[in-house]
Design a protein around this ligand. Structure first.
Ligand SMILES: C[S@@+](CC[C@H](N)C(=O)[O-])C[C@H]1O[C@@H](n2cnc3c(N)ncnc32)[C@H](O)[C@@H]1O
Length: 396
């Protein structure tokens, strides 16, 4: 049974088509609801199968010709109309919140990205046997690329230059484009053809060309972007997200904010002019160093930053805050962290999340003491199944 006929019934949370073969579920990337296709089975487990479309027999009216024909590179949903991709993401979060947290009727809208292509300000490419590309999902098989349709235009120019260089000594190349370009190389290579095209080049953690940090502009603020510290990958959507965070908080006179998992201080500094006092907490030393520099760069005085593990910081320091913003990594909050937030008992809590599953798990623990008022979604990552959420929680 190498090839089977599959009728797609719906999409799973990863944007893969779902069908059934003799009653067994099969997941097929690039197959849309109501489409039919001949599918090659590439994984056959006891309870499920995974397949690849070999021949599309019935096409959905929601299908579009993707700009890029790469498959399994990390992108997905490229063949789905943008309006339908947004609908998929909204329904996915609605479903996850209902299934895993028993929360319904709170997802308000999904804010689109102005740019569906060329939006990413950071990409990490792999190098294998001198060839440049992405690793196929879940493997270290290289998919060679000439360009990447979601990376910024300038990053694509750097890709073209890299294609003309002998990359045999390199393992991984990260390109950050915030107007100024930073290139971070793991391994070794000749960088002479890159000089002049980048403001900063690192090789094996050492600065080998240009300056230590580059600068990003977000609204009327400027931020240092460093080699290692986190920065939102889609600046246009990040600004819309930060404005929503502000709208969700209580900024009446004299109110304070605690910004947990603050990265390079972007949310803290963005909020500073609307609050009497903002405190940011972050574990990554390089990010906190940038946060201090960013505070100076923007002449802001009512913000302080603390470096350390959020769970320990909020447990050991006696914080009082009218508002708390949390923007944790995909793993979400810890149980202890949630208990400490409940002890601080801010009147408003805004939870920014890039993973609806861990968000649902954490909201389930918070919802006894907080009303989940509203969720706004942001399409931070077009052409993928990922979605960013901002949730307003108000103390009961
Ligand atoms: C999704 S980023 C958010 C950054 C920031 N809010 C922004 O918008 O740029 C999550 C941040 O949490 C930090 N982080 C991860 N685990 C942490 C922990 N246990 N304590 C403090 N910060 C942590 C990461 O270093 C990262 O900067």
């Amino acid at each position: 049974m190498d090839e089977v006929l599959v009728k797609c019934e719906r999409l799973d949370d990863f944007g893969r088509g779902i069908g059934y073969v003799s009653g067994k579920i099969i997941f097929v990337p690039n197959l849309l609801p109501f489409e039919e296709a001949m599918v090659k089975i590439i994984l056959n487990k006891k309870k499920y199968m995974v397949g690849e479309v070999t021949l599309l027999l019935k096409k959905s009216s929601d299908r579009i010709e993707p700009k890029c024909s790469l498959e399994n590179c990390g992108c997905g949903l490229k063949c789905l109309k943008y309006s339908k991709a947004l609908e998929f993401k909204k329904n996915k979060v609605i479903g996850i919140l209902k299934r895993y947290a028993g929360i319904e009727g709170v997802v308000k809208e999904i804010i689109p990205s102005d740019d569906v292509y060329f939006y990413r300000n950071k990409i990490t490419l792999k190098v294998k046997d001198g060839k440049l590309g992405y690793f196929k999902n879940g493997s270290n098989e290289l998919i060679e690329i000439d360009r990447c349709e979601i990376a910024s235009i300038k990053s694509n120019e750097i890709i073209s230059i890299l294609k003309g260089i002998n990359l045999r000594g390199a393992l991984e190349i990260t390109i950050k484009d915030f107007g100024e370009i930073m290139i971070i190389i793991k391994g070794n290579m000749d960088i002479s053809k890159l000089e002049g095209h980048a403001a900063s080049i690192y090789m094996d953690d050492k600065l080998v060309y240009g300056k230590e940090n580059i600068i990003a502009k977000l609204g009327d603020l400027k931020f240092y972007v460093s080699r290692e510290a986190f920065f939102q990958v889609n600046l246009g959507v990040a600004l819309k997200l930060y404005n929503k965070v502000l709208e969700y908080l209580d900024n009446s006179l004299g109110k304070s904010v605690l910004d947990l998992y603050c990265g390079t201080g972007t949310i803290s500094l963005f909020l500073s002019k609307y609050f009497s006092e903002v405190t940011g907490a972050e574990i990554n030393e390089e990010a906190v160093k940038c946060a201090f520099l960013n505070k100076q760069l923007n002449n802001i005085s009512n913000v302080r930053f603390i470096c350390g593990d959020v769970s320990q910081i909020i447990h050991s320091l006696k914080f009082q805050a009218d508002n708390i913003v949390v923007d944790p990594p995909r793993s979400g909050l810890t149980k202890e962290g949630i208990l400490d937030i409940l002890k601080i008992a801010p009147s408003r809590l805004v939870y920014v999340s890039c993973d609806p599953m861990t968000l649902a798990r954490d909201l389930k623990l918070l919802k006894d003491e907080y009303v989940i008022k509203e969720v706004t979604l942001f399409d931070m990552f077009p052409c993928t199944y990922h979605v960013e959420s901002a949730v307003l929680l108000v103390r009961k």
